[in-house]
Design a binder for this molecule. Structure first.
Ligand code: PMP
Length: 292
């Protein structure tokens, strides 16, 4: 079966799915995106993802040419046409085709793209053994330059982190903000656990308002773990009992080693394991159903 991609109101094949070289998403990274999961026909946290998309659009004054409910319908229809029950959605809205100048007024029509695909990021053993990770020298964008809360197409900051992760031979790395506090990974939020309390950096430290992050905070509160959004440093990460990353693709993945310091027992700890289980319990129920 061929893959159908939503491109500006039409469903086209992967080969036909092309955008203009004058699209400002391509020329300047001018646009926004979301990565969303489908679990057994459920678009997990669909509303939260669309809220973040429309907030990012408002912040950069990008007019999305679809209403909120039209966008939700386009997601549902794209998944149906591809017959997928489990997978990953990439929703992109770019400023659209313009000229070579920066001026967004010359890009009157945003481009909207929805790609749905199968996803496999980490093997199941990685969730038990945990990832090895390192901190990198690339610092998080400061909020008064390109605010990390905007999920923009300009991911160069994150790609520089990924390059450093690749050079170190690890799958994900830890990025600090310009003040030296831990911000997040290249495409994941970070949590640490110390003496039973769960900590994650507040978004003003340079963390994206991750949907998985919010889900984990909510789960912690529900099952009675104390969770604090507080700035912390690499030292706190090194001496933590548990460390884990959260993200749409990665879900909740333990870290076993940071900059050659073994974390806890050097494998997924009990709180991380419980949070992953609790998270997987909600992924099929919390969201929008595609096939009903
Ligand atoms: N931080 C960054 C920079 C990201 O790109 C992502 C995910 N794409 C996350 C954190 C995790 O966010 P979410 O849980 O919404 O996927």
């Amino acid at each position: 079966m061929s893959q159908w991609i939503y491109l500006n109101g039409e469903y086209v094949t992967k080969e036909e799915a092309t955008v203009s070289v004058y699209d400002h998403g391509f020329l300047y990274g001018d646009g926004i995106f979301e990565g969303i999961r489908i679990y057994n026909g459920n678009i997990f946290k669909c509303k939260e993802h669309l809220d973040r998309l429309y907030d990012s659009a408002k912040s950069i004054m990008l007019n999305i040419p679809l209403t909120y409910s039209e966008m939700e319908q386009a997601l549902v229809e794209t998944i149906r046409r591809n017959g997928l029950k489990d997978g990953y959605i990439r929703l992109v809205v770019s400023r659209g085709p313009g000229d070579l100048g920066l001026d967004p007024r010359r890009s009157p029509k945003a481009s909207v793209i929805i790609i749905v695909e199968q996803l496999s990021i980490y093997p199941e053993e990685a969730y038990i053994h945990g990832l090895k990770t390192v901190s990198v020298s690339t610092r998080r964008n400061v909020p008064d330059a390109l605010n990390p809360k905007i999920k923009s197409l300009n991911y160069l900051n994150n790609i520089l982190v990924k390059i450093q992760a690749n050079l170190a031979g690890v799958g994900e790395a830890i990025m600090l903000n310009s003040q030296g506090y831990v911000a997040e990974g290249s495409s994941d939020n970070i949590f640490i656990v110390k003496r039973g309390t769960v900590f994650t950096p507040p978004c003003y430290c340079g963390a994206l308002e991750g949907i998985t992050r919010a889900a984990i905070i909510e789960i912690c509160q529900k099952i009675g773990y104390t969770v604090k959004e507080e700035p912390f440093t690499l030292h706190d990460v090194y001496v933590a009992d548990e460390v884990f990353f959260t993200g749409t693709a990665a879900e909740v993945i333990a870290v076993r080693e940071v900059d050659a310091r073994i974390i806890g027992e050097g494998k997924a700890g009990p709180i991380t394991t419980r949070l992953l289980q609790e998270f997987r319990n909600i992924v099929e129920v919390d969201g929008v159903k595609v096939y009903e």
